[in-house]
Design a binder for this molecule. Structure first.
Ligand code: 5AD
Ligand code: SF4
Length: 441
């Protein structure tokens, strides 16, 4: 044992897949620096909090949590705030929580080793906040992926869309794509390590623009689907404005590209979409999903919707409800509009009472449940391939995920135990609004 010399860290992560993957980069970097990850705050010398500020009162929650940490500072622990709240609140965090000694946004993680040295030297206000202004991508040299079968690869960072409600362009900075060569090299390395599923990440993956001009996004998808050892390729998130038909064509032509597209629509009303600065109308969105529906493969479609955007009338909300039926989505993430710092929508009057937003949210969720109930029922009788993700001991079921990103829980014959990360064919026997049930085929 290295005893006193050993450095330990605890990291808690909130928010989207980008944040989860960023944390893998932070862990990889810290481990390379000789730190060991621990499961509790108590055991840690360094306590890190990777934050999200996309909705709600995220900042307040962070300060609330930091307040809990306050009493631990006497033990000589160091505290750091990472991610979107760090980027958004910046050095104000030191004022409100003086026991924090590190505040760093996601663009700065490549510089963590230098920041750690400064903390070690007793510097009480170490920051990494300016890096999102540079043209560099946020690649770090080390990534500690937690799942040995399925891993993320960032292909584009930041966002230039400036949707009126969204804080991301301010917290993650401008769009920067990696070269297709570096993405492919990382994907090949992962395939060599035994990863069979690759998930490409970006706030707006369709905006991927290879700095060397070698590949379009669709061409990158094909190329990753051809890497030996790769069985599934997913990508998220697509923006409808730049969503092009060649992406649908790639999914149809390349068997390893998963049959699922997440295409956030946000609202069914063209007036609201314009106010949101989404750069498409309801009709344009419907046209894009018509490509998906007429494809020679059944491609599952999911979306995000916001209710109660400033000025959204009952009639406009109703247009979002009718879009559920036209879209035939297999999943909808629904959100109440929440005003975010720095965003253009902040200057619009948040005119809809919270109770009304809750009511609209509930209506949307109930209607969608019915759409999903019918959609999922149609899959009974199909044989679908799943990747094994876990086990539900209580129910005696194996948990699997289909190419369409649907959870399919299934039973297996006695003495058969499919390995985690293996692929199994399952006959679907029952359906629920959010999952399927079956038996190993
Ligand atoms: N209020 C509510 N929902 C939001 N989203 C982003 N910003 C806000 C906000 N200010 C939702 C959008 C986006 C998803 C990731 O979060 O639907 O697609
Ligand atoms: Fe936010 Fe819009 Fe960019 Fe998505 S596309 S991250 S909603 S600004």
């Amino acid at each position: 044992m290295s005893g006193q010399q050993e450095k330990t860290f605890y990291l808690e992560t909130f928010g989207c897949q980008m944040n989860v993957h960023d944390s893998e980069k932070v862990i990889g970097t810290l481990v390379h620096q000789g730190y060991r990850q621990v499961e509790t705050v108590e055991e840690a010398h360094l306590v890190l909090y990777n934050t999200c500020s996309i909705r709600d009162k995220a900042e307040q929650k962070v300060f609330h949590r930091l307040n809990d940490y306050k009493k631990l500072q006497a033990q000589g622990k160091k505290f750091g705030v990472l991610g979107c709240v760090a980027q958004q609140e910046g050095e104000k965090i030191f004022e409100k929580a003086p026991y924090v000694s590190l505040v760093a946004g996601s663009a700065s993680y490549r510089n963590l080793p230098a920041m750690l040295i400064q903390i070690g030297a007793g510097n009480k206000r170490v920051t990494g906040l300016d890096d999102r202004e540079t043209d560099l991508t946020f690649e770090t040299d080390f990534t500690a992926r937690t799942n040995p079968h399925r891993g993320y690869i960032t292909i584009i960072e930041g966002c230039d869309k400036f949707c009126a409600y969204c804080v991301v362009p301010y917290t993650r900075g401008k769009e920067r794509s990696r070269t297709s060569d570096s993405v492919l090299a990382e994907a090949r390395q992962m395939a060599d390590l035994g990863y069979t599923e690759i998930q490409l990440l970006g706030q707006n993956v369709n905006a991927f623009a290879d700095p060397l001009g070698k590949k379009t996004f669709a061409e990158l998808l094909y190329a990753i689907g051809e890497i030996p050892g790769t069985r599934r390729v997913r990508f998220t998130t697509s923006h409808p404005r730049h969503f092009s038909k060649d992406i649908v064509d790639a999914i149809v032509a390349s068997p390893r590209l998963c049959d699922h597209i997440h295409l956030p629509v946000q609202s069914g009303s063209s007036r609201v979409l314009k106010a949101m600065n989404r750069e498409y109308t309801r009709e344009m969105y419907l046209e894009k999903i018509a490509w998906i529906r007429s494809a020679a493969k059944e491609i599952s479609l999911t979306t995000d919707m916001i209710v109660g955007f400033p000025g959204e009338t009952e009639a406009e909300f109703e247009e979002t409800v009718t879009l559920l039926h036209e879209g035939q989505f297999d999943g909808v993430f629904t959100f109440k509009y929440s005003p975010r710092p720095n965003t253009p929508a902040l200057s619009m009057i948040d005119s809809i009472a919270d109770a009304e937003k809750s009511k609209r949210l509930q209506i949307l969720q109930e209607r969608q449940r019915e759409v999903q109930r019918a959609n999922y029922e149609k899959r009974v009788g199909q044989i679908l391939e799943v990747m094994v993700e876990g086990k539900n001991e209580a129910r005696g079921q194996i948990i699997g995920r289909t190419s369409q990103n649907i959870t399919l829980n299934f039973t297996v014959p006695e003495n058969v135990t499919p390995a985690m990360g293996s692929y199994v064919n399952v006959l679907v026997t029952r359906s629920f609004p959010n999952s399927l049930v079956g038996e190993m085929a």
